[in-house]
Design a protein around this ligand. Structure first.
Ligand code: SAM
Length: 215
């Protein structure tokens, strides 16, 4: 259940130095794809509750809080939540974000509590044996018709020679578009799926960014 916790706790101890070291993350701000997805979401919901799964340093919760939403940010890494709280204070949105140290596989929220759930590179760190449990949690706390947006590693990442691997205690999974449709298509209408190469900051990864709506 706690796969990757050591890896991520360690990562947050490095703080901004990870970027200087070329390790690529955590980054600040959100990319164009999430801005585009949030515009689509805003056509249907102008405020409401957003759950930021595996929030890291909170950039996504901060973005949604700045755009009129009430954000709930959870991560199992205490170091991530501590840094996220500080960045939310700096951005003057701490009163709009509820932080919690918790596992995405045991979501501590009521049924159908959220209008939007965001998973930006967290599902791709969940081992396949826990995918059903992950989905059960997400489906339970998301309202019918609620939005779910996902960013996961693509198999088309340059130089990739296998579909999954471990680095320390962390798991990395790489998806085809078909994998995404098969895993999520029964429960969600897939509104938008786009594949994008991320080169900056290094290292380079190909990602799938997906916007879905609960059936
Ligand atoms: C690659 S980082 C992405 C962080 C953030 N979503 C972002 O885009 O900046 C993955 C995050 O998911 C968290 N995480 C991974 N597995 C988790 C789990 N089972 N429960 C809670 N958080 C988890 C890690 O601690 C880490 O902060």
């Amino acid at each position: 259940m706690e796969t990757g916790k050591k890896f991520f706790e360690q990562a947050y101890k490095f703080g901004n130095k990870r970027i200087e070291m070329g390790l690529g993350w955590p980054i600040k701000g959100v990319g164009d794809e999430l801005k585009e997805f949030s515009k689509t979401i805003k056509k249907y919901i102008s405020n409401g509750k957003v759950l930021d799964l595996g929030c890291g340093e909170g950039r996504i919760s901060i973005f949604f809080a700045q755009n009129g939403f009430e954000a709930y940010a959870i991560d199992f890494a205490k170091g991530a939540i501590n840094r996220a709280k500080k960045f939310a204070e700096d951005a003057k949105v701490s009163d709009k974000i509820n932080f919690k140290i918790s596992n995405v596989l045991a979501l501590p929220y009521a049924d159908e509590f959220f209008d939007v759930i965001v998973d930006w590179s967290v599902f791709d760190h969940i081992e396949p044996k826990n995918w059903d449990l992950y989905l059960k949690n997400v489906l339970r706390v998301l309202k019918p018709g609620g939005f779910y947006t996902l960013s996961v590693f693509s198999v088309n990442t340059p130089m990739l020679d296998k579909k999954w691997y471990y680095s320390g205690d962390a798991y990395f999974h790489f998806f085809t578009e078909d994998d995404i449709r098969k895993t999520f298509g029964n429960y969600f209408e897939i509104i938008n799926i786009q594949e994008k190469l991320k080169t900056q900051p290094p290292p380079t990864f190909m990602f799938y960014h997906v916007l879905m709506r609960k059936k």
